[in-house]
Design a protein around this ligand. Sequence first.
Ligand SMILES: Nc1ncnc2c1ncn2[C@@H]1O[C@H](COP(=O)(O)OP(=O)(O)OP(=O)(O)O)[C@@H](O)[C@H]1O
Ligand SMILES: Nc1ccn([C@H]2C[C@H](O)[C@@H](COP(=O)(O)O)O2)c(=O)n1
Length: 228
Amino acid sequence: MIIAVDGPSGSGKSSTARGVATRLGLQYLDTGAMYRAVTWSALEHGLDLDDLAAVAERARAVQLSISTDPQRAQFAADGVDVTEAIRDPRISSSVSKIATNLDVRAELIRRQRELIEASQPTGGAVVEGRDIATVVWPHAELKLLLTADQEARMARRKAELAEGAVTADQLRDQIVRRDADDSTVSQFQVASDGAVEIDSTRLTLEEVIDVICRLAKEAEAASRDRDS
Ligand SMILES: Nc1ncnc2c1ncn2[C@@H]1O[C@H](COP(=O)(O)OP(=O)(O)OP(=O)(O)O)[C@@H](O)[C@H]1O
Ligand SMILES: Nc1ccn([C@H]2C[C@H](O)[C@@H](COP(=O)(O)O)O2)c(=O)n1
Protein backbone atom coordinates (compact mmCIF):
# COMPACT_ATOMS: atom_id res chain seq x y z
CA MET A 1 0.00 0.00 0.00
CA ILE A 2 1.18 3.49 -0.87
CA ILE A 3 -0.31 6.31 1.20
CA ALA A 4 0.22 9.80 -0.25
CA VAL A 5 0.13 12.74 2.17
CA ASP A 6 0.26 16.25 0.69
CA GLY A 7 -0.41 19.63 2.24
CA PRO A 8 0.93 23.05 3.12
CA SER A 9 3.86 23.81 5.38
CA GLY A 10 3.37 23.03 9.06
CA SER A 11 0.13 21.10 8.56
CA GLY A 12 1.71 18.09 10.28
CA LYS A 13 2.60 15.92 7.27
CA SER A 14 5.97 14.65 8.55
CA SER A 15 4.93 13.85 12.11
CA THR A 16 1.66 12.27 10.99
CA ALA A 17 3.19 10.27 8.12
CA ARG A 18 5.94 8.97 10.42
CA GLY A 19 3.34 7.94 13.04
CA VAL A 20 1.12 6.18 10.49
CA ALA A 21 4.08 4.34 8.91
CA THR A 22 5.25 3.17 12.35
CA ARG A 23 1.80 1.89 13.31
CA LEU A 24 1.14 0.14 10.00
CA GLY A 25 4.67 -1.25 9.56
CA LEU A 26 5.24 0.72 6.34
CA GLN A 27 8.28 2.65 5.15
CA TYR A 28 8.25 6.45 5.33
CA LEU A 29 9.50 8.81 2.61
CA ASP A 30 10.02 12.51 3.40
CA THR A 31 10.29 14.04 -0.09
CA GLY A 32 10.76 17.56 1.33
CA ALA A 33 14.04 16.34 2.86
CA MET A 34 15.25 15.55 -0.67
CA TYR A 35 14.62 19.14 -1.84
CA ARG A 36 16.33 20.36 1.34
CA ALA A 37 19.36 18.11 0.75
CA VAL A 38 19.78 19.43 -2.82
CA THR A 39 19.56 22.99 -1.43
CA TRP A 40 22.28 22.16 1.11
CA SER A 41 24.49 20.68 -1.61
CA ALA A 42 24.00 23.65 -3.98
CA LEU A 43 24.94 26.08 -1.18
CA GLU A 44 27.96 23.95 -0.18
CA HIS A 45 29.17 24.18 -3.79
CA GLY A 46 28.74 27.95 -3.70
CA LEU A 47 26.14 27.92 -6.49
CA ASP A 48 23.93 30.88 -7.29
CA LEU A 49 20.47 29.37 -6.65
CA ASP A 50 19.08 31.47 -9.52
CA ASP A 51 21.40 29.67 -11.95
CA LEU A 52 18.79 27.07 -12.91
CA ALA A 53 21.07 24.95 -15.11
CA ALA A 54 23.89 24.72 -12.54
CA VAL A 55 21.48 23.83 -9.74
CA ALA A 56 19.75 21.19 -11.89
CA GLU A 57 23.15 19.70 -12.73
CA ARG A 58 23.92 19.54 -8.97
CA ALA A 59 20.57 17.79 -8.35
CA ARG A 60 21.48 15.14 -10.92
CA ALA A 61 25.02 14.72 -9.56
CA VAL A 62 24.46 14.66 -5.80
CA GLN A 63 24.44 11.26 -4.16
CA LEU A 64 21.49 11.15 -1.76
CA SER A 65 21.03 8.58 0.94
CA ILE A 66 17.53 8.70 2.42
CA SER A 67 16.42 6.59 5.36
CA THR A 68 12.88 5.25 4.86
CA ASP A 69 12.73 3.84 8.39
CA PRO A 70 10.05 5.89 10.20
CA GLN A 71 11.95 5.44 13.48
CA ARG A 72 15.26 6.73 12.14
CA ALA A 73 15.35 10.05 10.31
CA GLN A 74 18.75 10.14 8.58
CA PHE A 75 19.78 11.84 5.37
CA ALA A 76 23.18 12.11 3.72
CA ALA A 77 24.34 14.09 0.70
CA ASP A 78 27.59 13.01 -0.96
CA GLY A 79 28.43 11.01 2.17
CA VAL A 80 27.90 13.91 4.62
CA ASP A 81 25.20 13.46 7.27
CA VAL A 82 22.84 16.42 6.70
CA THR A 83 19.98 15.27 8.95
CA GLU A 84 20.28 18.34 11.18
CA ALA A 85 21.71 20.81 8.66
CA ILE A 86 18.72 20.58 6.29
CA ARG A 87 16.39 21.88 9.06
CA ASP A 88 18.42 25.06 9.50
CA PRO A 89 16.46 28.32 8.81
CA ARG A 90 19.10 29.08 6.12
CA ILE A 91 17.84 26.04 4.17
CA SER A 92 14.15 26.67 4.94
CA SER A 93 14.42 30.19 3.57
CA SER A 94 16.00 29.14 0.25
CA VAL A 95 14.54 25.68 -0.46
CA SER A 96 11.65 27.06 -2.55
CA LYS A 97 14.16 28.31 -5.15
CA ILE A 98 15.25 24.70 -5.59
CA ALA A 99 11.72 23.27 -5.44
CA THR A 100 10.49 25.65 -8.17
CA ASN A 101 13.32 24.64 -10.54
CA LEU A 102 11.48 22.30 -12.91
CA ASP A 103 14.59 20.33 -13.92
CA VAL A 104 15.37 19.68 -10.24
CA ARG A 105 11.78 18.49 -9.77
CA ALA A 106 12.06 16.09 -12.71
CA GLU A 107 15.21 14.55 -11.22
CA LEU A 108 13.84 14.25 -7.68
CA ILE A 109 10.49 12.87 -8.85
CA ARG A 110 12.42 10.19 -10.77
CA ARG A 111 14.35 9.27 -7.60
CA GLN A 112 11.18 9.34 -5.47
CA ARG A 113 9.45 6.88 -7.80
CA GLU A 114 12.44 4.53 -7.52
CA LEU A 115 12.29 4.68 -3.71
CA ILE A 116 8.53 4.03 -3.73
CA GLU A 117 8.96 1.06 -6.07
CA ALA A 118 11.68 -0.30 -3.78
CA SER A 119 9.27 -0.11 -0.80
CA GLN A 120 6.66 -2.33 -2.43
CA PRO A 121 8.15 -5.77 -1.69
CA THR A 122 8.05 -4.93 2.04
CA GLY A 123 4.43 -3.69 1.99
CA GLY A 124 4.71 -0.09 0.79
CA ALA A 125 5.25 3.37 2.21
CA VAL A 126 3.71 6.54 3.53
CA VAL A 127 5.04 9.28 1.25
CA GLU A 128 4.67 12.94 2.13
CA GLY A 129 5.23 16.15 0.22
CA ARG A 130 3.34 18.58 -2.01
CA ASP A 131 2.75 16.66 -5.25
CA ILE A 132 2.65 12.99 -4.28
CA ALA A 133 -1.01 12.32 -5.15
CA THR A 134 -1.03 14.64 -8.15
CA VAL A 135 2.30 13.85 -9.85
CA VAL A 136 4.67 11.42 -8.11
CA TRP A 137 2.28 8.52 -7.43
CA PRO A 138 -1.28 9.29 -8.61
CA HIS A 139 -2.31 5.62 -8.21
CA ALA A 140 -1.66 5.61 -4.45
CA GLU A 141 -4.20 3.39 -2.67
CA LEU A 142 -4.93 6.24 -0.23
CA LYS A 143 -4.50 9.93 -1.07
CA LEU A 144 -4.73 12.57 1.65
CA LEU A 145 -4.59 16.33 1.80
CA LEU A 146 -3.60 17.34 5.32
CA THR A 147 -4.49 20.94 6.15
CA ALA A 148 -4.69 23.23 9.19
CA ASP A 149 -5.46 26.92 9.30
CA GLN A 150 -2.56 29.33 8.90
CA GLU A 151 -2.53 30.51 12.53
CA ALA A 152 -2.36 26.91 13.82
CA ARG A 153 0.46 26.07 11.41
CA MET A 154 2.48 29.11 12.44
CA ALA A 155 1.91 28.38 16.14
CA ARG A 156 3.03 24.75 15.69
CA ARG A 157 6.20 25.74 13.86
CA LYS A 158 6.98 28.39 16.51
CA ALA A 159 6.48 25.86 19.32
CA GLU A 160 9.00 23.42 17.87
CA LEU A 161 11.77 26.03 17.50
CA ALA A 162 13.96 27.20 20.38
CA GLU A 163 12.81 30.41 22.07
CA GLY A 164 13.96 33.36 19.93
CA ALA A 165 15.35 31.10 17.15
CA VAL A 166 13.31 32.95 14.52
CA THR A 167 11.64 36.36 14.39
CA ALA A 168 7.92 36.75 13.61
CA ASP A 169 8.88 37.76 10.06
CA GLN A 170 11.07 34.69 9.60
CA LEU A 171 8.26 32.47 10.90
CA ARG A 172 5.79 34.01 8.43
CA ASP A 173 8.38 33.56 5.66
CA GLN A 174 8.79 29.85 6.51
CA ILE A 175 5.03 29.23 6.29
CA VAL A 176 3.18 31.86 4.24
CA ARG A 177 5.78 33.00 1.69
CA ARG A 178 7.08 29.44 1.19
CA ASP A 179 3.56 28.08 0.49
CA ALA A 180 2.94 30.92 -1.98
CA ASP A 181 6.17 30.14 -3.87
CA ASP A 182 5.80 26.35 -3.69
CA SER A 183 2.20 26.46 -4.92
CA THR A 184 3.37 27.95 -8.22
CA VAL A 185 4.63 24.48 -9.19
CA SER A 186 2.47 22.05 -7.15
CA GLN A 187 -1.20 21.90 -6.33
CA PHE A 188 -1.53 21.24 -2.59
CA GLN A 189 -4.13 23.84 -1.54
CA VAL A 190 -7.22 21.86 -2.59
CA ALA A 191 -7.82 18.13 -2.60
CA SER A 192 -7.13 16.47 -5.95
CA ASP A 193 -9.39 13.81 -7.50
CA GLY A 194 -9.88 10.90 -5.12
CA ALA A 195 -8.03 12.59 -2.23
CA VAL A 196 -9.54 12.92 1.24
CA GLU A 197 -8.98 16.23 3.03
CA ILE A 198 -8.25 16.10 6.76
CA ASP A 199 -8.33 19.45 8.56
CA SER A 200 -6.10 18.95 11.60
CA THR A 201 -6.63 22.42 13.12
CA ARG A 202 -8.62 21.05 16.05
CA LEU A 203 -7.22 17.51 16.14
CA THR A 204 -4.28 16.24 18.13
CA LEU A 205 -1.47 14.45 16.31
CA GLU A 206 -2.69 11.09 17.70
CA GLU A 207 -6.24 11.79 16.48
CA VAL A 208 -4.97 12.52 12.95
CA ILE A 209 -2.92 9.29 12.98
CA ASP A 210 -6.03 7.36 14.14
CA VAL A 211 -8.15 8.78 11.30
CA ILE A 212 -5.54 7.92 8.66
CA CYS A 213 -4.99 4.37 9.98
CA ARG A 214 -8.77 3.81 9.84
CA LEU A 215 -8.92 5.11 6.24
CA ALA A 216 -5.96 2.88 5.34
CA LYS A 217 -7.73 -0.20 6.70
CA GLU A 218 -10.87 0.72 4.72
CA ALA A 219 -8.84 1.25 1.53
CA GLU A 220 -7.10 -2.10 2.05
CA ALA A 221 -10.44 -3.90 2.56
CA ALA A 222 -11.94 -2.23 -0.52
CA SER A 223 -8.94 -3.29 -2.59
CA ARG A 224 -9.25 -6.91 -1.30
CA ASP A 225 -12.95 -6.94 -2.24
CA ARG A 226 -12.15 -5.69 -5.74
CA ASP A 227 -9.53 -8.44 -6.20
CA SER A 228 -11.77 -11.30 -4.98
N1 LIG B 1 -2.47 17.68 14.88
C1 LIG B 1 -1.47 18.34 15.45
N2 LIG B 1 -1.71 19.07 16.54
C2 LIG B 1 -0.73 19.78 17.11
N3 LIG B 1 0.56 19.83 16.67
C3 LIG B 1 0.84 19.12 15.60
C4 LIG B 1 -0.15 18.35 14.92
N4 LIG B 1 0.43 17.76 13.85
C5 LIG B 1 1.73 18.15 13.87
N5 LIG B 1 1.97 18.94 14.92
C6 LIG B 1 3.25 19.61 15.26
O1 LIG B 1 3.40 20.67 14.33
C7 LIG B 1 4.77 20.84 13.97
C8 LIG B 1 4.89 20.80 12.46
O2 LIG B 1 4.58 19.48 12.02
P1 LIG B 1 5.35 18.80 10.82
O3 LIG B 1 6.79 19.16 10.80
O4 LIG B 1 4.97 17.36 10.85
O5 LIG B 1 4.62 19.56 9.61
P2 LIG B 1 4.91 19.48 8.06
O6 LIG B 1 3.60 19.61 7.37
O7 LIG B 1 5.72 18.27 7.73
O8 LIG B 1 5.78 20.80 7.83
P3 LIG B 1 6.80 21.16 6.65
O9 LIG B 1 6.11 20.87 5.36
O10 LIG B 1 7.04 22.62 6.82
O11 LIG B 1 8.03 20.33 6.85
C9 LIG B 1 5.53 19.73 14.69
O12 LIG B 1 6.10 20.27 15.85
C10 LIG B 1 4.46 18.72 15.05
O13 LIG B 1 4.76 17.99 16.23
N1 LIG C 1 7.07 16.74 -2.90
C1 LIG C 1 7.57 17.94 -2.50
C2 LIG C 1 8.14 18.08 -1.24
C3 LIG C 1 8.64 19.30 -0.87
N2 LIG C 1 8.60 20.33 -1.73
C4 LIG C 1 9.20 21.60 -1.38
C5 LIG C 1 8.32 22.51 -0.59
C6 LIG C 1 9.14 23.00 0.56
O1 LIG C 1 9.42 24.39 0.46
C7 LIG C 1 10.45 22.24 0.48
C8 LIG C 1 10.79 21.51 1.77
O2 LIG C 1 9.67 20.73 2.15
P1 LIG C 1 9.33 20.46 3.70
O3 LIG C 1 10.49 19.73 4.29
O4 LIG C 1 9.17 21.79 4.35
O5 LIG C 1 8.07 19.65 3.66
O6 LIG C 1 10.36 21.36 -0.59
C9 LIG C 1 8.04 20.16 -2.97
O7 LIG C 1 7.99 21.14 -3.75
N3 LIG C 1 7.53 18.97 -3.34
